[in-house]
Ligand binder design. Structure first.
Ligand SMILES: [Zn+2]
Length: 465
């Protein structure tokens, strides 16, 4: 660019209105990946993003087909010698039911009190436009970016990312980067900048106990045969002891215990334990010896997610069912392996069942945990950028949830992953009345503007850590 550079901050804040307008238009496309009736909308959403990326100054954009919904890839290469950043987000959204609980139509984004209400505003369309409009602002100020940027926006994150790994493997060379920035997470509070450094993994199973070849009359057979509901209930109840510890032998063997320093660091993160429970009308439960924050982030779980068996209709039906089933899930922490835990839980349930009860145990899906070292230069630079914009020291947070694509990107690309998101705990993602606090997106734009400069200063070798 000839002549004087314009101030970066001003050029980025000049993009705020465009971000809100763009987000309203994009939210109007109901890209619900789990709903087959919305397939055309997911495609339309990909096309919208493709065109938007080009309009913001990315030099190339492509729609990448998968066996499921399409992803969007876009890039701008300034100079191969500069660091390359890959930004990850997703352009699909969750379903909107129950519709009657929405205060406004979920796909007609409503701007109110500095917030934008609508499905996908926070998760995750707002985050993607935060990046794209920041890029446009930087280009307005300087005519070039300080780093090379690539964007990958998945189209089926809300549907289990079933084809994402295959997509990443197929396009590994195109996606290669020095650092991956994932923007699909949040902070603990509006005035407290936070950076997620850990996500739990998960494994989800179904178990069925069968005790006879057919349903049995409860008068003729009752009292004289094994009952699958009773067997299943006993098996499930026995998975935890009185202290809330998981009883499956070997379950904790690979759990990496935190040092007392790490526990103190986690305890220092402002977290309103009673408010957290009160907001949802819940009572504390779980593993003794750990805080609520620890139980939901650094400790593994074995939760019961569903149970059924026998007659469920109105009135009475006097039968002993042949089988009963349940859904179980574990949240896994470093260094637990989903395969190991699946084998251990399955073996334990089979061993604990009485003779004559057949236990069928199967994995439905799993995903690996993620841990970014909080002392990595790529993470430290992100924390510094947030601290500068928010005017307060950034805290490192661990999330209890799982984002399987993060592990895929980390494993396949071998680059550090930085989880930079500006969502807030009460954004109600996946629920009625999802919204985003616009100021979070605006500050996020400034933060990524600073971050790309810091990554440029670090250079390719400095970013590798
Ligand atoms: Zn998301």
């Amino acid at each position: 660019m000839s002549g004087r550079e314009l101030p970066l901050e001003g050029c980025i804040s000049a993009r705020e209105t465009a971000l809100v307008d763009g987000l309203k238009r994009w939210v109007a496309i109901p890209s619900i990946s789990t709903d087959p009736a919305r397939t055309a909308d997911v495609i339309a959403s990909a096309e919208f993003l493709h065109d938007y990326a080009i309009s913001c100054g990315l030099s190339r954009a492509e729609i990448w087909e998968t066996e499921g919904h399409p992803a969007v890839f876009a890039e701008r290469t300034e100079d191969p010698a500069l660091p390359t950043v890959l930004v990850y987000g997703h352009h699909d959204v969750q379903p909107v039911d129950p519709l009657e609980e929405w205060e406004a139509a979920p796909f007609q984004a409503l701007e109110r009190d500095g917030k934008l209400l609508g499905r996908g505003t926070a998760d995750d369309k707002g985050h993607i436009l935060m990046h794209l409009e920041a890029i446009r602002g930087i280009l307005d100020a300087r005519g070039r970016l300080p780093v090379n940027i690539k964007l990958i926006a998945e189209g089926e994150e809300e549907d289990g990312s079933e084809h994402f790994e295959e997509l990443v493997v197929r396009h590994r060379d195109r996606l290669a980067a020095d650092v991956v920035v994932i923007s699909d997470t949040g902070m603990l509070a509006e005035d407290l900048p936070g950076l997620t450094v850990g996500l739990r993994g998960m494994a989800y199973w179904e178990v069925t106990v069968t005790t006879s070849s057919t349903d049995l009359h409860s008068g003729v057979y009752g009292g004289a045969v094994l009952n699958p509901i009773a067997v299943l209930a006993e098996l499930l109840a026995g998975l935890h002891d009185g202290m809330g510890h998981i009883t499956v032998p070997g379950f904790y063997d690979r759990v990496r215990e935190l040092t007392s320093d790490e526990r103190a660091e986690l305890a220092a993160v402002p977290f309103d334990e009673s408010g957290f429970l009160r907001d949802v009308g819940a009572t504390a439960g779980g593993e003794g010896g750990y805080s609520v924050m620890e139980r939901r982030t650094i400790r593994p779980t074995l939760e019961l997610c569903g149970i059924w068996g026998g007659y469920q209709g109105p009135g009475a039906k006097t039968v002993i069912p042949a089988r009963a089933s349940a859904k179980l899930s574990s949240r896994l922490v470093p260094d637990q392996l989903a395969d190991d835990i699946t084998r251990l839980v399955g073996e334990h349930l089979r061993r604990a069942a009485p003779p004559g009860a057949e236990v069928d145990f199967s994995l439905i899906h799993d995903g690996r945990w993620v841990l970014t070292p909080s002392r990595h230069p790529a993470v430290d630079a992100a924390a510094a950028a947030l601290t500068k914009v928010w005017g307060r020291e950034t805290v490192f947070i661990r999330e209890g949830g799982s984002i399987p694509p993060v592990a895929t990107l980390a494993d396949q690309l071998g680059a550090p992953c930085v989880l930079l998101g500006v969502g807030l705990p009460d954004d109600r993602i996946h629920a009625p009345n999802e919204r985003v606090v616009l100021n979070q997106l605006f500050k996020g734009m400034q933060a990524v503007g600073l971050l790309w400069d810091r990554y440029a200063e670090l250079g390719r070798s400095g970013l590798r850590g």
